[in-house]
Write a protein that binds this ligand. Structure first.
Ligand code: ZN
Length: 160
């Protein structure tokens, strides 16, 4: 294993064992479930969206290490961002994960997420890594469509 593989592995394990922003949120304006039947990953995403920005984000992960670590890193990145910027970063992450042929450079604030590039070698695990992000996309869309301040539940996101 190369040094960078080793560092990547440590980053993923750190987020898996100590996932950030875990749990339910009181007063969430948007709640979305995500499932990945292929692996058995399940998660619930909670967003507090006000004035077009993600004021707070929490995730309740019941998934594998890749899924949990990916969701944990995503919450760290997204807190405080305008919905538009959040969507750009989701698109960028998805582009990185689905671009099998090259290494994609990410902006500095997404540095830790490069650890997940190693997963690209295992097509089945890509879905584990993408689930939180696809769930967030549904959450962003739901937040845009909902009336301000009214709690809503988005459609369940499935990788199938
Ligand atoms: Zn998984």
């Amino acid at each position: 294993m190369s040094l960078s593989d080793e560092l990547y592995r440590e980053t993923i394990l750190d987020h898996y064992h100590n996932p950030r922003n875990q749990g339910e949120m009181d007063g969430a304006t948007v709640e979305v479930e995500g499932v990945n039947p292929l692996c058995g990953d399940e998660l619930t995403l909670f967003l507090d969206v006000a004035e077009g920005s993600i004021k707070d984000i929490k995730i309740k992960s019941r998934g594998c290490s890749i899924n949990t670590a990916s969701g944990s890193m995503m919450t760290e990145l997204m807190a405080g961002l305008p919905l538009e910027r959040a969507q750009e970063l989701v698109d960028l992450f998805k582009f990185m994960m689905l671009n099998k042929d090259e290494t994609v450079e990410l902006p500095e604030e997404m540095e830790d997420l490069e650890a997940l590039q190693g997963v690209k070698k295992y097509p089945v695990r890509i879905k584990c890594a993408l689930l939180p992000w696809n769930t967030l996309l549904e959450g962003i869309e739901t937040a845009r469509e909902s009336e301000a301040g009214k709690p809503v539940k988005g459609k369940t996101v499935s990788t199938e």
